[in-house]
Design a protein around this ligand. Structure first.
Ligand SMILES: [Zn+2]
Length: 132
């Protein structure tokens, strides 16, 4: 299996944005051999070109996304505590962003909206989710 496909699998299993170095460590663990940083960046470049990852700027990290749902903009909920990332699949938000850009004669190429907070599992105000 090509290295970028192994990297893709690791990112998909994680469910969290991974930095290039976290991905490198997991690749080395999986393959049982040394992996160089340029190799990891090459794999990330290939996955990016395939539309299989999104870069999460606030975390300096990469998240697996479904290339079949390739869109110019994506919206994510990012948990500050556990790091889990959830993509919001709402065509209305995406259409609105595209419309706002178009109305300003702006040729929208791509964008990632990052909403930060606490997921249901990490929010202490959500009773019943934690053992007392
Ligand atoms: Zn969380």
């Amino acid at each position: 299996m090509p290295l970028h496909e192994i990297a893709r699998g690791i990112l998909a299993e994680s469910g969290r944005p991974l930095t290039a170095y976290a991905l490198l460590a997991k690749l080395e663990e999986r393959l049982g051999r040394h992996v160089s940083p340029p190799t990891v960046y090459r794999a990330l470049g290939q996955l990016s070109a395939m539309g299989a990852i999104a870069r999460i700027e606030s975390r300096g990290a990469f998240l697996s996304v479904d290339p079949a749902t390739s869109r110019p903009t994506r919206v994510f909920l990012l948990c500050d505590a556990c790091g889990v990332a959830t993509q919001i699949d709402d065509p209305l938000i995406e259409q609105r962003l595209a419309h706002l850009a178009l109305a300003r004669d702006f040729a929208l190429a791509r964008g990632v909206v990052e909403l930060e907070g606490l997921c249901a599992g990490c929010d202490p105000s959500k009773p019943g989710l934690f053992p007392s």
